[in-house]
Design a protein around this ligand. Sequence first.
Ligand SMILES: [Zn+2]
Length: 243
Amino acid sequence: MKSMLRFSSAAKVAALLSLLMLFAATSSVARAQAPSGCWDSSSGPITKIVALDPGHGFNDSGAVYRFASGDELLEKNVVLDIAYRTRDILVNKVGYRVCLTRMDDSTNPSNTERAQYANSVNANVFVLIHLNGSSDPMVNYTKTFWGKKSKDLKFSEWMYSALYPAMDDVDWDGVRDNEVSGNGVGQFATGALLKSNMPGTLTESVFLTNSREAERLLDTTTSGRRQQIADVIASGIDGWLNR
Ligand SMILES: [Zn+2]
């Protein structure tokens, strides 16, 4: 056994070279990926890294609401917009790097790829952004999910507290409207949470398939529902990282 571990100098050099090449290849992949998906605060050294995962994408629409006009509201598009709004809020604070698992509608990364991406950027927290769906257009509640209890449960509870009852203030005037109920924190064994290393949660802020909510989610102004959801997610993340 001992003699097998004794390499010739040539073999040592070859082994070292291939190791270096592997390292170079790995890190160049990481470098090529990171700048395209990440944005940094303009002020302060980077101390807080956030991975945001807009759900679905490309051939997977997620929840769909069909208006009487025939127009469709697709979860994949709304959550991408909410992710960008959340990014904008966070990078306007000091010391943030915000990375998105997908930046447009050209891809639908697998759950494993989403987790690997969050790991590759060394994110401190990982937030999966979804909107819920039901065949009943009256249903509307807030829920968050954890995947791996030991790392995700506390963060999922924290983000739930940020989202609810805030999401029940549907017109964002500081008063509850008794339209959105609170469904608490549940377990969802998605690979995106199970295979990522940091505290993570899957947020289902509201139901995109609720008829009133679908109307509200059409508003793309900075006083609309999408902005409110982003605002709440961002303040939850910021509170957790500064707790
Ligand atoms: Zn979804």
